[in-house]
Design a protein around this ligand. Structure first.
Ligand code: HEM
Length: 132
């Protein structure tokens, strides 16, 4: 068996949180059209239930992300540039998710929803790119 160390735990927690934040948004986007109209307030209830696990997952992503950065130490300029791109995508993902949650019009709901989904997917891609 390969050695089991803190790097395994660190990446496991980071990837687990990413599956909730990114995978959860994709799953919710697939479920909402099917739920819409089945009962009063059902899509809002589903979104609120997702938020209860999504934001803790986002918190774990940030904390384990910082742990990743310290664990890896100096990886050179190219890595730093890629990491900076990731920081920007993570901030966009978090801010637009919050704006989506607070949106009062259908248009804002759709635009912020699309932005948070796209930036979350991009952060996932850049994360794998960083780990190579
Ligand atoms: C939406 C938020 C985020 C997503 C979806 C995400 C996703 C990922 C994924 C999938 C990996 C690859 C893991 C692997 O292949 O083993 C990764 C690696 C990494 N992430 Fe994130 N991440 C997020 C936020 C952050 C934040 C906020 C930071 C820094 C504060 C960060 C820093 C890193 C670093 C440094 C690596 C490379 C880890 C290594 O090679 O050991 N991530 N991320």
């Amino acid at each position: 068996m390969k050695t089991l160390d803190w790097e395994t735990v660190r990446l496991f927690l980071h990837v687990l949180a990413a599956t909730v934040w990114v995978g959860g948004q994709i799953t919710l986007a697939a479920l909402v059209p099917a739920l819409r109209g089945t009962a009063e307030g059902v899509t809002k209830a589903a979104a609120q239930a997702f938020n209860r696990i999504a934001w803790p997952a986002f918190g774990v992503l940030v904390l384990t992300g910082i742990w990743n950065v310290f664990a890896l130490g100096d990886q050179g300029a190219a890595f730093e540039h890629t990491l900076t791109l990731k920081y920007v995508l993570v901030v966009i993902s978090g801010v637009t998710a919050y704006a989506h949650q607070r949106a009062t019009s259908t248009a804002r709901l759709a635009v912020y929803g699309a932005l948070t989904g796209a930036s979350a997917l991009a952060a996932l891609f850049v994360g794998v790119w960083l780990a190579q």
